[in-house]
Design a protein around this ligand. Structure first.
Ligand code: MGD
Ligand code: MGD
Ligand code: SF4
Ligand code: MO
Length: 723
């Protein structure tokens, strides 16, 4: 039996900060969490964790945490506590008035990264705005995975699948723009990822394609590359495979469509152009192609570094193409798409059609129904039909995570209603009319619903809260439900289930929603049809440490989730043809002499937060990494202050000279430049690097609306010279 929330003893729980979702044991004494350690009985993490999981105790009891609804009384950050009743009724009435007067699209929601680890969070947050007729769904997609989502839509007909490498049995892994030593591996749920990567390196190779010699590159094999040039390398590698007959044509003929057209087109690619664009010489491109094609099992895996450039959708499509061309998709040790426990059996669920609607700003096609993130500020500032006037920011911090932070601040300040759901007053929430305090993961029940298909060793884990919500904190689902209830509307779960509760019955919750999805899914009890199957209740009672669903994600099931004719992935679409055309046209243009700015993550933090805890942040400091040749040319010396200037803005930072970055590029992490309600974080060094990123739609990748975050042209000057 699970302990009651707040009861003394050892509570089984799990970390909800990154895809690894490690099992934790939280010890409670006198109603307070006194220690958090690894859960050695978790079937997959088996005792693994990192500094951030236990660091959430410091967040939970942080003196800067917001524990009652706060209303803005005057200037920036000038908040006073109010009652929940007052906050909910005022917010509900203002949302009602604004949407009645200006239409549903006057209301928007930005739902940030932590929602990816909180049960059904995106679903009910967006159902909330949809109930007012709004289409303004914003999130981190176009600063994170937008290109991957669009590539999946094109190749697999299903924007909801993220192929991942079967790291348990892979012999040759190429990582494009990911740094698992720091990030713990993203878009794949593998708490012990590093052990598996070590295994791959022992059997074969792990090659890290990155403009920086990262922590992961140092552990394995580094392939330096110019920022924003992955599509060139991938196209070049595939061309070599085609020219040298290293592709599996029988497999392709049987299981894939459109490949001949892609191959025909790539035959004309000049490897010299690949060399010029990437900085990788032709012999090495050939070697990379041959090694990949001759490995027993191999996979290309891309993460954020190959997702926010000028040709990122194509880069992701070419990764799929290489996996398919070498017969490595849907087979052990290759690239897989996992079984979805919360979708009905053999579902071919199709995401909202690509480009079915377009953005008000920039007229860009929506990917999976999400607005292009970089347009948020203008969607608020630019008058006209559909102008946004009310915004809910739920677990997000767009001032530090979206491009052009300064414009985002101006936009947030101009809103008629801005509600932040958070447990801190972050840099964005300073502008809010209300901050509504939410729970940390120790204070809520959750199941690992969203990412469960992406685990090489699949598992499900359903846990109860370790403690009751502190102060007046509330779950986000309850906050949205209360606002709707005040207006006499059904709650988000009722809307998503499409059912009206009968007389005397209470409304369903988000947990009922996930229970129903589990029960009709491939591991469920089918509401009695399959008595051995799972329900949430059974999962918790019988498998408190989590249930492993299979020893290995069955590779052949990958094909089931291809939502195209005969379940055949396709390598030729109008979009692919047009993107190749755009890439070729770019080959003629000379790159500007400017330095290219790209990003990195720090081990001791999480995007724009976890910086308020000494235990997590320790002494890490953001610095601008610059190659000695570039520093010499500019008379810049180590540890000095420099000014970075882009066409959007300039910021001043401290420089660190190192051969770890390729010449011609500089590197700085995002999520700094704190000025919120956090005492420790505000004292940290560091600037908001996203001041430099452009919010002009002309600078986005046109097909996905992705922002250009890696490869921003900048100039860097010593500070005393800057004017
Ligand atoms: N400690 C820690 N862990 C985290 C996070 C965190 O902030 N801190 N954030 C979480 C989140 S939200 C995410 S999405 C994941 C991200 O997980 P990862 O994608 O693994 O994250 P990063 O460490 O940013 O690695 C991106 C890498 O891309 C490289 N890169 C930049 N530009 C290019 C390019 O043009 N081409 C290539 N090939 N490489 C390039 C960078 O040098 C960097 O090493 O991490 C998650 N985990
Ligand atoms: N230049 C550059 N920009 C980037 C990136 C980059 O690599 N380079 N990475 C991008 C990526 S991958 C991402 S995912 C985004 C992340 O950016 P965002 O999604 O905007 O979010 P975070 O910075 O993670 O901020 C999370 C906020 O949510 C709060 N929070 C934490 N947990 C909860 C919870 O359970 N409930 C609620 N209500 N609030 C909670 C925290 O206090 C914090 O204020 O940044 C992106 N921006
Ligand atoms: S790796 Fe760290 S942050 Fe990620 S789930 Fe495990 S403990 Fe949490
Ligand atoms: Mo992310």
């Amino acid at each position: 039996m699970a302990l009651e929330p707040g009861a003394d003893g050892q509570h089984i729980t799990y970390c909800r900060l990154c895809e690894a979702q490690c099992g934790l044991i939280a010890e409670v004494k006198d109603g307070r969490i006194v220690h958090v350690g690894p859960d050695r009985d978790h079937p997959v993490s088996r005792g693994h964790l990192c500094v951030k999981g236990p660091g959430m105790v410091n967040v939970t009891y942080d003196k800067d945490r917001i524990l009652s609804p706060m209303k803005r009384m005057g200037g920036l950050g000038d908040f006073a506590p109010v009652s929940w009743d007052e906050a909910i009724s005022d917010i509900a009435e203002r949302v009602d008035t604004i949407t009645k007067r200006h239409g549903g699209d006057a209301l928007g929601a930005y739902i940030g990264n932590p929602a990816a680890f909180s049960t059904m969070h995106y679903a009910y947050g967006y159902a909330f705005i949809q109930s007012f007729g709004s289409n303004k769904r914003y999130n981190a997609m176009q600063v994170d995975t937008g290109a991957r989502v669009l590539a999946s839509d094109q190749v697999f007909g299903n924007g909801h699948v993220y192929p991942f490498p079967d790291i348990l049995d892979c012999d040759h892994l190429m990582i494009f723009g990911g740094n698992p030593v720091v990030s713990k591996m993203s878009l794949i749920c593998a708490p012990r990822a590093m052990q598996h990567l070590d295994g791959i390196a022992k059997r074969g190779s792990v090659i890290v394609v990155d403009p920086r010699n990262t922590e992961t590159a140092k552990r394995y094999e580094h392939q330096p590359i110019a920022p924003d040039s992955d599509a060139w390398l991938l196209a070049g590698m595939l061309k070599v495979m085609i020219d040298e007959g290293l592709v599996e044509t029988e497999f392709l003929a049987e299981r894939v469509v459109g490949w001949e057209k892609l191959f025909d087109r790539l035959r004309n690619l000049e490897l010299e152009t690949v060399q010029t664009k990437t900085g990788i010489d032709t012999a090495r491109v050939q070697e990379l192609a041959r090694r990949f094609a001759s490995a027993r099992t191999a996979a290309c895996y891309g993460r954020v570094g190959s997702n926010r450039g000028s040709f990122s959708t194509l880069a992701n499509i070419l990764m799929d193409a290489i996996n398919l061309a070498t017969g490595n998709f849907g087979r052990d040790g290759g690239s897989l798409i996992g079984i979805a426990p919360f979708e009905p059996k053999d579902s071919s669920y199709v995401a909202p059609g690509y480009g079915e609607s377009r953005s008000r700003i920039g007229d860009l096609p929506l990917v999976s129904g999400v607005q292009p993130g970089g347009t948020l500020a203008d969607d608020i500032l630019v008058p006209g039909d559909g102008q946004m006037r009310a915004l809910f920011v739920d677990c997000g911090n767009p001032v530090l995570s979206y491009p052009d932070g300064e414009k985002t601040e101006r936009a947030l300040e101009s809103l008629d209603l801005f509600v932040s759901l958070d447990f801190y007053m972050n840099e964005s929430a300073r502008y809010a009319h209300y901050i509504l305090p939410t729970t940390t993961f120790f204070e809520r029940a959750d199941i690992n619903d969203l990412w469960s298909p992406n685990a090489p060793e699949p598992w499900l884990h359903y846990v109860q809260p370790v403690i009751e919500p502190l102060g007046e904190a509330r779950h986000e689902f309850d906050i949205y439900s209360s606002i709707l209830s005040h207006l006499g509307r059904p709650n988000p779960a009722s809307m998503l289930m499409g059912t009206e509760p009968s007389e005397g019955q209470s409304e369903p919750t988000h947990l009922d929603l996930v229970d129903a999805a589990l029960r009709i899914g491939p591991f469920g009890d089918g509401f009695g049809a399959n008595p051995d199957g799972l329900t949430l209740e059974r999962l918790q009672r019988e498998f408190p440490h989590g249930k492993k669903l299979a020893d290995r994600m069955p590779s052949d099931r990958s094909w089931d989730r291809v939502a195209l004719d005969e379940k055949k992935p396709r390598l030729w679409t109008d979009l692919i043809e047009a993107e190749l055309g755009r890439l070729e046209a770019h080959s003629a243009s000379a790159d500007p002499a400017a330095l290219k700015l790209f990003g990195r993550r720090l081990l001791h933090g999480m995007n724009s937060w976890l910086h308020n805890s000494d235990r997590v942040i320790r002494n890490s400091k953001p610095t601008l990494l610059m190659h000695p040749d570039d520093a010499r040319d500019r008379q810049i010396t180590d540890g000095k202050s420099v000014r970075i200037r882009s066409k959007t803005a300039s910021v001043d930072v401290t420089v660190e000279i190192t051969t770890d970055v390729v010449p011609g590029a500089v590197c700085y992490p995002h999520g700094f430049g704190h000025k919120g309600g956090w005492q420790k974080a505000n004292e940290l060094d560091g600037a908001n690097i996203n001041l430099l990123a452009s919010s002009d739609p002309k600078d986005f990748e046109p097909v996905s609306g992705n922002c250009l975050l890696d490869g921003i042209p900048v100039e860097v000057t010593p500070l005393q010279d800057a004017v």
